[in-house]
Design a protein around this ligand. Structure first.
Ligand SMILES: *Cc1c(COP(=O)(O)O)cnc(C)c1O
Length: 389
């Protein structure tokens, strides 16, 4: 048996299927439906008796290539692509939970995730309990007989809390509850949650998988049985990804590891320089020895990632001045781009959750989040220095 290809090989090659034209690069199939030979084949395709493409809401060859490639990189049996990261999360919950079920979630998760759980799913009888991201006992204690899902993000947005995936997987396995990990910040290039015992990986492909801020996309990876349920929801409810977006992300994944390594190296350098600056109160970056879960991050991740959060001395005014004095960094809430971005989470990504929820999550007015890109770190740091004074 030939050896299993390495990550770098999978990133470039996995999942490709050539058409009768033998194109070298992955083909983009922009079509909303597929033609059948005759009525009998149409019937067989619709009933599922015959495998093959039917309709763009269900599947598409370009989307399939994206799904196979990401499944290979995450080490999952299967993957379902979705229109966005949020629809990946929604599809997972709608497929695997029912009214009356319960979620235990880390409190340090993306703002829209909290909104989805607390203001939307709650209307359908799905309740969520939030616990401190890093407190494994707290997850265990929050599990009830009707708990169906433990949900975490690691490292978390924007505080960079690192959750011990292997330890939490032991808790979830013992309780027969699925563990889902939002792997947006690390991507499979730096962290593979399924290998650490998680059941489901959720992606906003909008971020590093695309890597250049072009399109929206999302994905769910896991075992065949779970992904079959997610797929059934998707093909009926319709949060399907556009083939064009899937193609952009598929090609983006070819450079994923190289980008993640270069952006992580930039981020570490920036974090070290910020930590030494007198106007900076605190730097939150897993690659720094000062990070509370530095040892865990070193074990669990093969790099610190490209997000550096830091608190300036002062409050909102001082933080906003750093943003407003940026000439190079893009003032945008997006992340995962080769262009460095800066955001003030308390008034943007986390602005719609309540003041109490924000305080509980530790997101204060002096916090800034920089998603480090591929520009020179001298230029990135220089831009931040203007507003730091
Ligand atoms: C952006 C993001 C999401 C949501 O993804 P969209 O593609 O914007 O829907 C979810 N989780 C994390 C950590 C994110 O950064």
């Amino acid at each position: 048996m030939a050896k299993k290809p390495d990550f770098d090989t999978l990133a470039v090659r996995a999942g490709q299927e050539r058409s009768q034209f033998n194109e070298h690069s992955e083909a983009l199939y922009l079509t909303s439906s597929f033609v059948f030979e005759n009525a009998a084949q149409a019937a067989a395709r619709f009933s599922g008796a015959e495998k093959g493409y039917v309709y763009g809401r269900f599947d598409n060859p370009t989307i399939d290539m994206f799904q196979r490639r990401l499944a290979a990189l995450e080490g999952g049996e299967a993957c379902v692509a979705t229109a966005s990261g949020m629809s990946a999360l929604l599809s997972t919950v709608m497929a695997l939970l029912s009214g009356g079920d319960h979620i235990v979630s880390s409190q340090s998760v993306f703002g829209a995730t909290v909104n989805l759980f607390s203001t939307i799913l709650s209307r359908f009888g799905i309740e969520t309990t939030y616990v401190k991201a890093t407190d494994i006992e707290a997850y265990k204690n929050a599990i009830r007989p009707n708990t169906k899902l433990i949900f975490i993000e690691t490292p978390s947005n924007p505080l960079m809390d690192v959750v011990d995936i292997a330890a939490l997987a032991q808790v979830s396995r013992a309780a027969k509850v699925r563990l889902a990990v939002d792997n947006c910040f690390c991507t499979p290039a730096l962290q593979q949650p399924l290998a650490l015992g998680a059941d489901i990986v959720i992606h906003s492909a909008t971020k590093y998988l695309d890597g250049q801020g072009r399109v929206l996309g999302g994905a769910v990876c896991g075992n065949k049985a779970d992904m079959e349920e997610v797929y059934k929801f998707l093909r009926t409810a319709g949060p399907s990804i556009s083939p064009f977006n899937a193609w952009v992300i598929l090609k983006g994944m070819e450079t994923l590891r190289i980008r993640m390594e270069a952006q992580s190296a930039n981020a570490l350098e920036l974090a070290q320089r910020l930590e030494a600056h007198p106007k900076v109160a605190r730097v939150l970056y897993p690659g720094l020895a000062s990070h509370p879960q530095h040892a865990l991050a070193a074990r669990q991740q093969s790099g610190g990632g490209a997000i550096v959060s830091f608190e300036v001395k002062g409050g909102r005014n001082e933080a906003w001045r750093v943003v407003d004095d940026c000439r190079l960094l893009s003032v945008t809430a997006n992340l995962g781009d080769t262009k460095t971005t800066i955001t003030h989470p308390a008034s943007t990504t986390h602005g719609r959750i309540t003041q109490e929820a924000r305080a509980a999550a530790g997101i204060n007015e002096s916090l800034l989040r920089v998603a480090v890109g591929l520009e020179s770190v001298d230029d990135i740091f220089g831009d931040l220095l203007s507003g730091l004074g």
